[in-house]
Each structure stands twice: as C-alpha cells, then as structure tokens.
Design a protein around this ligand. Structure first.
Ligand SMILES: [Zn+2]
Length: 272
C-alpha cells in the first residue's frame, strides 16, 4: 500500500558524537520538563519535539533547536518560566555544588577557577565567599556574564551545561580552550540509564522545556572528548572529569593508574 502520510521529522539525523545515522527514538511535547514526575507545572504546548538516538554510540538528541539563536533560547527556554521547570536553578544546586567542591578541594585548591555556563553566578559567589581568590564565570545566555573571560584556568567547572548544548563538539572544545596545563575540567551531566530503551523519552531527564537537547551515553561521551586529547573519568553517572596530566590539587582524588578509565572517590564526594 502506498504510504500517503509524510514524515514530520527526519527519518535519519547524523549523530553529533560519532557521525553515524541515527533514526528517530521518540517524540514528546515541547513542554515536557524535568519536574514532570514531581509536579505538573506546564500544560501541553502542542509542539512536538522529536529525539533521535544513535545505534552506534547511544547519543540521544534533538535537532529541533539547532537553528535557535541565543535570543531564541532566552525567549523560549531560559525565560521567566524557566525556574518553574528547574527550581534548583535559583540557588540550591549552586550551594550543593559549592559544598561538593569545598569537600573535593579540602586538601589542595586550584588557583584559577572558571564556572563555565554558571547561570546566575551563585556558585562563583559561594566559592569566593569560601576563600577561592580567583573565580570567573562565563555564560553566553546570561547577558551580565556573557563576556568571555581572559586567560586560562587550572580548573574549569561546568555543572548541568553540556546537555543544553546543540553542538556538544563545540562546547567541549570551547571549555578545553580555557584550560591551562596541567588542568582539570570537572563537569556534570546525567548519563542515560541502562534501561533507556525501556524508559524511552519517559526518562525524567529528557526535557526539551529544560533545554535538555543532548543526552549522553558513556560511549557517546567518550566519542566526543577523546578527539580533544583528554582523559575522561567518572565519579558516578553524573559527575565527570577531563584532564591530560593530573594537576597537584587533584592527586588526592584521582588515581594515576586508573586515570583514563575511572576516578577514585570518597564517600563525602559521592554525597554530591
Ligand atoms: Zn553516535
């Protein structure tokens, strides 16, 4: 029988991590967000957002926002309603991350810290208050923090950012451009759970209204960072580090013999 319906999304997209052909994986309403399991905060928008998933590396992504300008993101995603779908943005996450960094760097501290994609600047403020002398921030979506800082940093932190990137290859390369040598990038993004095929886009983290457009598997994360020449290690499903040579301030929590595959951690660090 002749198929008369036209597909409303591409039947193949090129994987942004490995270049393989990625078929559609599912579709959700634009308003689907990360608060959906805790409380219903938005109705149905009527705009379908399709996600594709790479059969080779497992990267799960949508191209729906690839044509967005910075102003489009500010208008449609990071607008006044954003705190409804990400209430921790106001400050709870920054405080928790600051506590985690103070614990991680209790034995030795980096000299220059950049908070890449630092939003409202709360984390940088917490770190300065805790005695970190040189903390800069950069966030192109926040006008007052959109100017690129000067120089390089021996530590770049980047919490809940890369899943928002429509161009992860660029975002990771840009972060690495800020890094001094030796230096450490410490970043968070929640990796897909093992049962992602069963959960599909019901997975709570798949939220286009939160701007979650790039959802990584362990393999896709490796595919995107290895060409940059950095080792990747993960504390857990959410917290990861990149480095070439382990800086002195990180030697107490990174074990050299496992450096490119696995990061050692303590229970206090895991509490993040
Ligand atoms: Zn791929």
């Amino acid at each position: 029988m002749e198929m008369r319906l036209q597909p409303v999304c591409a039947v193949r997209e090129t994987c942004k991590c490995c270049g393989a052909d990625a078929p559609p994986f599912g579709v959700v309403d634009f308003h689907k967000n990360c608060e959906i399991l805790r409380r219903k905060v938005l109705g149905v928008s009527g705009v379908p957002i399709y996600y594709h998933r790479c059969p080779e590396c497992g990267f799960l992504f949508t191209t729906a926002f690839d044509g967005f300008t910075t102003n489009d993101f500010r208008r449609h995603i990071y607008n006044d309603d954003y705190v409804l779908v990400d209430p921790d943005y106001r400050g709870d996450r920054a405080l928790a991350n600051a506590d985690m960094l103070l614990s991680l760097f209790r034995a030795a501290r980096p000299e220059r810290v950049l908070d890449y994609g630092g939003g409202n600047g709360a984390l940088a403020a917490h770190l300065r208050a805790a005695g970190f002398d040189d903390v800069k921030m950069y966030d192109p979506f926040v006008p007052e923090h959109a100017e690129r800082p000067e120089g390089r940093f021996d530590c770049v932190v980047c919490f809940e950012v890369v899943e928002h990137s429509t161009d992860p290859e660029y975002t990771f390369a840009d972060m690495c451009d800020f890094l001094d040598e030796p230096g450490l990038i410490l970043f968070s993004t929640l990796l897909q759970p093992p049962d992602i095929e069963c959960q599909g886009l019901n997975w709570w983290y798949a939220g286009p209204r939160n701007g979650h457009v790039s959802l990584f598997s362990p393999a896709s994360l490796r595919m995107i960072v290895e060409p940059l020449g950095y080792g990747l290690a993960s504390f857990n499903q959410n917290l990861h580090v990149l480095f070439r040579e382990i800086p002195d301030f990180a030697r107490h929590f990174l074990i050299p013999r496992d450096a490119h595959r696995y990061a050692n951690y303590t229970t206090t660090v895991l509490a993040c």
